[in-house]
Design a protein around this ligand. Sequence first.
Ligand code: SF4
Length: 335
Amino acid sequence: MFKPKRVIFEEAALEYEIGKKLYEEFKLKDVEIKYSKNGRITGIPGSNESEKYSEGKNTLAVGIRKTLNFQSCKPSAHYQLPLVSGCMGMCEYCYLNTQMGKKPYIKIHVNTEEILDNAGKYINERKPDITIFEGAATSDPIPVENYTGALGKAIEYFGANEYAKFRFVTKYTDIDSLIGLKHNSRTMIRFSINTDRIISSFEHRTPLLDKRLEAAFKVAEGGYKLGFIIAPVFLYDNWEQEYLNLLKDISTRFKGIDIEFEVISHRFTKRAKGNIMSIFPKTILPMEEEFRAFKYGQFGYGKYIYEKEQLNYMIKFFSENIIKYFGENKINYII
Ligand code: SF4
């Protein structure tokens, strides 16, 4: 669970029950409390990039989601469900590093009911087609779930609507409050995992692999659909053996449980590399452009991916082994 060093309350959030409750709770803790009149989050300290990053990652903003227009979320879902933004994790390669500004605070929205009512409008517009919502497009919502219960409310809301599905991904393990909810198998919980080596080298402030697998087992036992995202895959010395051990370990622990896999090879943009180097100057993340292929992206910027031959080999490796250990039709995509 995220234990912030400072909490910034938007004044509008204090008009909601949950905002008031959080305010009363945090007042009793050893936490710096600040206020924002207009929703602008300021006053997070930091004299260099690493400090700004770290102070941001230790800050919780309690606010409301004003705009109720949902962003699209292709290809895995139709819309992002904006319950939380940001993440307490400090993964060096994280895609959020280029999206959340220099002080990447975690923001929870206390107007959950309004957000869910709005999701209902999107569902009605698409009926009789099913609308899928993604709850972790710009966050890892699990470490703050015990503050708001927002994911739990969303799970039950979508569980009661036959035209909706919900999914989110996490690396965290505080999932006990989700067990026993009326999800009606309409929520898929995916766990983002990697080899122990990658987790200990790059995924700072996240749970160990073993703990993630334990949490995944609990949600599967709780009847949720389960997925694993193996990402980012790094092709380091001995990667085949270590990723194979990971797949074998899952196949033993999750025997008989239906699992969906997504596998994503490591990639980076020039901008992300610059950000990472300024926050983690001693990083050993492999980001040498000369060993990668350049792929033009959709939005005018390109990314560095593994060379074609390496990538094809990696795709073959994962597809063969996932089929071998889990059967056919378990792979959502491998890229
Ligand atoms: S846990 Fe996920 S969202 Fe959080 S920092 Fe790591 S990669 Fe980013």
